[in-house]
Design a protein around this ligand. Structure first.
Ligand SMILES: Nc1ncnc2c1ncn2[C@@H]1O[C@H](COP(=O)(O)OP(=O)(O)OP(=O)(O)O)[C@@H](O)[C@H]1O
Length: 262
């Protein structure tokens, strides 16, 4: 029998705070004095030009990299428990081809893990493919497995590094809906790096633009859900962010459901 992830909800999201974080690679300064507070359960999209430091920011939050200076705080929890509560998902699913789907999801679990792995696969709509090899799955299905592999650990902070970047447009929208639905259900904290500004405004509570080593724009989107893709508020937010990314003149003044804190 398939257990249910929703019957045993993932604990609520943890807050994370960066304080004056600077990151160098060799002599190159990638991030400078970045301060950012992410309240627990918030969904943040991180956008910016290629190479601006979005993935670096995510890796710092994941504890995979250390800042050259500054501090990372994670609510009341120490760094170790923050790492335990954090899962990452990348553009490629990174499944082990010699392990069946369910064994990929259960990697690192102990004890009676099969029920949990099956529940996570069920949550992403792939329970019936549990005993197949990754090679038999489409790109979108592989990303669903990667999502299940993250969910099974009950993350309280989910870091998504352009996870939908390689998917076709329709599969991408389906995955966006799935991620939003799981987030609404479990309320983990999400940081999603994306090149797709329409994806950012469709999903996020808040959009952050990384530019010139800092946070150039910090937009709170108070747009009710479910959001419709043809909604004018989304189009206006997208136009504003794109204009900033492209370094153009500011477009139309912000409307009432968009708040700028930077
Ligand atoms: N391990 C590393 N060693 C040296 N330089 C690095 C390393 N990782 C990233 N960089 C450099 O840091 C800068 C920021 O990289 P990062 O991957 O964070 O950018 P990004 O905004 O995520 O880019 P993209 O959108 O193209 O994925 C780039 O100039 C990159 O070459």
């Amino acid at each position: 029998m398939i257990g249910s992830l929703s019957a045993t909800p993932i604990s609520a999201g943890i807050p994370v705070t960066l304080e004056n974080v600077t990151k160098y690679y060799g002599q190159r300064r990638i991030l400078q004095d970045v301060s950012l507070h992410v309240p627990g359960g918030q969904f943040i999209a991180v956008v910016g030009r290629s190479g601006c430091g979005k993935s670096t920011l995510l890796r710092l939050l994941a504890g995979l990299e250390q800042g050259s200076s500054g501090h990372l705080r994670s609510g009341n929890a120490g760094l170790l428990s923050q790492r335990r509560d954090t899962r990452l998902m990348f553009q490629d699913a990174r499944l082990l081809p010699w392990k069946r789907v369910i064994d990929n999801v259960g990697l690192g679990l102990h004890g009676e893990w099969r029920g949990q792995a099956l529940a996570a696969l069920d949550a992403v709509g792939l329970a019936e493919r549990a005993h197949e090899w990754p090679a038999a799955l489409s790109g979108g299905q592989k990303q669903r497995v990667a999502l299940a592999r993250a969910l099974v650990h009950r993350p309280r902070l989910l870091l998504l590094d352009e996870p939908l970047g390689a998917l076709d447009a329709l599969t991408r929208i389906e995955m966006q809906r799935l991620i939003e639905q799981l987030w609404l259900q479990h309320k983990f904290t999400v940081l999603l790096v994306t090149h797709d500004v329409s994806e950012a405004v469709a999903l996020a509570d808040r959009v952050i633009l990384v530019e010139q080593g800092g946070i150039g724009l910090d937009l709170t989107l108070d747009i009710p859900r479910p959001r419709r893709r043809d909604q004018e508020a989304l189009a206006r937010a997208e136009a504003h962010i794109l204009a900033r990314v492209m370094g153009e003149e500011e477009v139309a003044a912000p409307q009432e459901n968009i708040a700028f804190s930077r």
